[in-house]
Design a protein around this ligand. Structure first.
Ligand code: ADP
Ligand code: MG
Length: 443
């Protein structure tokens, strides 16, 4: 087997899943060192990378290997560099905490605590609600429903509840589960006729943390099972905490009876952070990771990085890694060099030509076909995608968009946008495709 090719295929798979920016930041520097039967050893530049990948993409690497090798592969990391002594110490306390929880069968990311969560106007309410819930389980707000865009701290905050409860009530039974994992467990329980085990597991906890509930849309069996789990826990005054990327009423394809359950307690949202909060978070993260970050850099990064907190933290860590490896201080010129793909380049506008080019490349169709009158599926879909993205990303009117696509009328554009909106809503993998394309188009 040629491990160079294997790894190249894995990387292609990963890039398609995470988009170019995250890919360049986190996966490009990773190398495949060795493959031994069902074990793959990967080299990462330093421990930041490993932690980042484990926290943010826990299953991605094994999924990639599974896709390429058609087999289950265990992924191991090897760090290229020795850790600094104080990091090593911190790692140990974190490890013992992890081990203590794991010993009780609780899997929580021990790094996500209230101590490390920085509070500002955009997340204050969610934070206060989470804290209140962790201090009186099942009594104040049940369920607590937290929603907000990707990368704004939902997983962090609901995990913090779990960590706090674990610290305060050592005997409490806590489950953190993503909706995807819950779905997989339901499917597997049905297949192996183990439904009673599943019921026993989920209906006897003191607190259930269900992350990213939007993923149970369209999954009928999972919704039925969750509905009964919810009722069982609720009746016993056991705490339920749910996170979602949108408010309950916008969760289409989730049954009304379940949605109405979600609104029975408290709903709290997390908004994108203002510059001040971004600065405070950067300072906190620099402190946690023992990175020296000058004040002018804090401001520079907070204003330059527009997207979310995950990316903010990712940039900081990437900068620190580069500064470590090349022995250069963290300053604006290093940042411009290392983070050039992330910084928004205002000089390169988003325009319809560029959108069409990228969408055509992605679907493997020719530009003249996209602008033609052909209505075969192979061409109509990319055309609708490009129209939809143009509507989303530019200021062009519907009429002008139609003209750019070989003289279609504005009703055709409206129809395309409606179709695409529905598809994005209902088809998670299509949604990912659109996100990937938008990321590619973004200057
Ligand atoms: P989500 O689940 O909403 O997509 P996460 O909880 O995974 O977002 O957060 C993304 C990253 O940003 C995590 O590393 C998290 O620790 C960090 N983060 C988010 N909000 C805050 C905050 N208020 N203070 C400190 N770190 C934060
Ligand atoms: Mg999350």
């Amino acid at each position: 087997m040629d491990i160079g090719n294997t790894w190249k295929d894995c990387l292609d798979f990963i890039e398609a899943k995470v988009g170019k920016a995250a890919f360049d930041l986190w996966f490009k520097p990773v190398k495949l060192l060795e493959m031994k039967e069902n074990d793959a050893i990967l080299a990462v530049p330093n421990r930041f990378f490993r932690e980042w990948i484990e926290d943010n993409y826990p299953r991605l690497l094994s999924d990639a290997f599974e896709w390429v090798m058609k087999d289950n592969i265990n992924v191991h990391f090897k760090i290229d560099q020795e850790p600094a002594p104080d990091f090593a110490k911190k790692e140990i306390t974190m490890q013992t905490r992890k081990a203590r929880l794991a010993g009780k069968g609780i899997f929580l990311n021990t790094r996500y605590t209230f101590d490390t969560f920085v509070v500002g106007p955009s997340n204050q309410f969610a934070h206060a609600a989470a804290l209140a819930v962790s201090e009186s389980l099942g009594k104040t707000y049940n369920p607590l429903f937290i929603y907000g865009d990707v990368g704004l701290g939902k997983t962090h905050i609901i995990t913090a509840i779990g960590n706090k409860v674990a610290d305060m009530l050592p005997d409490a039974s806590i489950i953190y589960v993503s909706s995807e994992q819950f779905t997989n467990e339901v499917v597997s329980a049905i297949r192996h006729e183990k439904m009673s085990d599943l019921k026993e597991k989920y209906r006897t906890v003191d607190i259930l943390l269900l992350d990213d509930v939007q993923f149970i849309a369209n999954k009928t069996q999972t919704q039925v099972e969750f509905f009964h789990t919810f009722n069982a826990l609720y009746e016993k005054q056991k705490q339920i905490v749910i996170s979602s990327d949108r408010p309950p009423k916008e969760l289409s394809d989730i049954t009304d009876r379940l949605k109405s359950r979600f609104t029975m307690g408290l709903i709290a949202d997390i908004q994108p952070p203002a510059v001040e909060l971004k600065m405070a978070i950067l300072q906190k993260k620099a402190e946690v990771h023992k990175i020296f970050l000058p004040d002018d850099m804090v401001y520079f990064l907070a204003t330059k990085i527009r997207s979310n907190i995950r990316e903010l933290e990712g940039c900081l860590i990437k900068l620190a890694a580069h500064s470590n490896l090349t022995d250069r201080p963290i300053n604006i010129s290093l940042a411009k060099e290392v983070l050039k793909d992330i910084f928004t380049d205002d000089t390169k506008p988003v325009n319809v030509d560029n959108i069409q080019k990228i969408v055509c490349e992605y679907f493997g169709v020719k530009l003249p076909d996209m602008k033609s009158k052909k209505r075969t599926k192979e061409i109509a879909l990319p055309r609708q995608v490009a129209m939809y993205i143009t509507k989303k990303m530019t200021e062009l009117s519907l009429g002008d968009i139609g003209k750019s696509f070989g003289g279609k009328d504005h009703a055709t554009v409206i129809y395309a946008c409606k179709q695409m909106e529905a598809k994005v809503e209902n088809d998670e993998s299509f949604n990912k495709t659109i996100e990937y394309l938008i990321n590619k188009i973004k200057p």
